[in-house]
Structures are given as C-alpha cells and as structure tokens.
Design a binder for this molecule. Structure first.
Ligand code: SF4
Length: 201
C-alpha cells in the first residue's frame, strides 16, 4: 500500500486511538463511541479533479469532488508543491461560492451567488438585469470608442508611441501562464500600456 500524506495521518490517528483504548482496558468502540476504521466521507464515491484557487496569485491547488455531476466538496491538494494540501480561509471557503449545505445536510445552490449580468447605468441607483450578448457588445463598443478617442501615435517630442492611455487591463489570478500570455498580447494589440493583475503578476 502506498502511504500518502493523507492516509499516513489517518493510519497514525487510528493506531494511536486503538493503542490508548487497549491500554485503558476498553474496547475501541467503548473508548471512542465509534468503531475505529475509515470514516465514511461524503466524498467517498466522488470523482476528483483539480483546479486553481481564484482568489489570489499564490495559485494554491484545490481538489474538487464531483458526484453524479454535482460538486460535493473541495479541499487543498496535498500533491501541490505550492500549498501542500493547505488553504487559507478564502480558499477553504471555495465550495461556498456555488453551494451551501442546508439544515438537513443537503447541498443547495448558494442563494447569494450572482448568476446573471447586472448593470448599473451612470447616476442610477438600481441594478438592471442584462443578457450576455448585450454585455459583450457594450464592452466592445466602449473599448473601441475609448481607444479611438485616446489613441496617441506620437508623444509631445514626436516619438512614435502608438499607445492607448484611456484604457487599462486587469488580469486574473485564475488564469494560467498561457491565458495570461494571450490576454497580454490582446491588450498590447490595442495599445494598452496600463496592464496589471490582482497579484501584480
Ligand atoms: S487558498 Fe488563499 S493563499 Fe491560496 S491562492 Fe487561494 S486565496 Fe491565495
């Protein structure tokens, strides 16, 4: 049997519990109230895949447990050289971005999750629900208008600069190197020189 970091912890805990119970003269069930053995985890029959935590640039790896097409849990990936199974409070709460457990222990969609485009017009106080086509077309229109209005081919000394100072680009810690490379290329093709990222990468 290959002993991983995770089952090493379980084996150690089970062995210590059994040893103490015997020394005290109790059966392990009497001592602990439960039979010593593998805990019946809710992710026991789930398929596992990995993802990267979306919250910051550390890039912690997270195991996602999926059962019958339903995400049933997430936890730190012990095989990741970045986080070695640990997660901070934000990464630990990743599951709750999409789902919560109700009082009966059933998984429910998180009612606070925003699942549609919300738009608040300038000077408006309320949000309007919009569809994705509207959102993408509006963003594209505004990028073009701003670029057309602010693009500079030369600076005040006559030096060729070809830059668009009215636009800025913010990357995402959720993206991998290849995606960020493409985003960077796209932003540069628009002449954007103000490019940043939540983790300053
Ligand atoms: S788990 Fe915490 S430290 Fe790791 S990437 Fe997510 S937010 Fe950053």
């Amino acid at each position: 049997m290959k002993v991983s970091r995770r089952n090493f912890l379980w084996i150690s805990g089970a062995a210590i519990t059994a040893s103490l119970a015997v020394k005290l003269g109790f059966s392990s069930e009497e001592a602990t109230g439960v039979a010593v053995g593998p805990i019946d985890l809710k992710v026991k029959y789930a398929e596992t895949s990995t993802t990267i935590c979306p919250f910051c640039g550390v890039g912690c790896s997270i195991l996602c447990y999926v059962e019958d097409g339903q995400l049933v849990g997430t936890e730190g990936d012990p095989d990741s050289p970045i986080n070695e199974g640990s997660l901070c409070s934000k990464g630990s709460a990743l599951f709750n971005m999409a789902f919560v457990y109700d009082e009966n222990g059933e998984i429910q969609p998180n009612p606070q999750r925003i699942t549609q485009v919300l738009y608040r017009a300038p000077y408006a106080s309320d949000w309007e629900v919009k569809d994705w086509d509207w959102a993408l077309e509006t963003i594209a229109d505004r990028i073009k208008q701003t670029r057309d209005a602010t693009f500079e081919t030369t600076d005040s000394n006559g030096v060729t600069v070809n830059r668009s100072t009215g636009l800025a680009w913010l990357g995402s810690a959720m993206c991998n190197n290849e995606e960020n490379y493409l985003f960077h290329k796209f932003a540069k093709s628009l002449g954007i020189i103000n490019i940043d990222h939540c983790a300053r990468l």
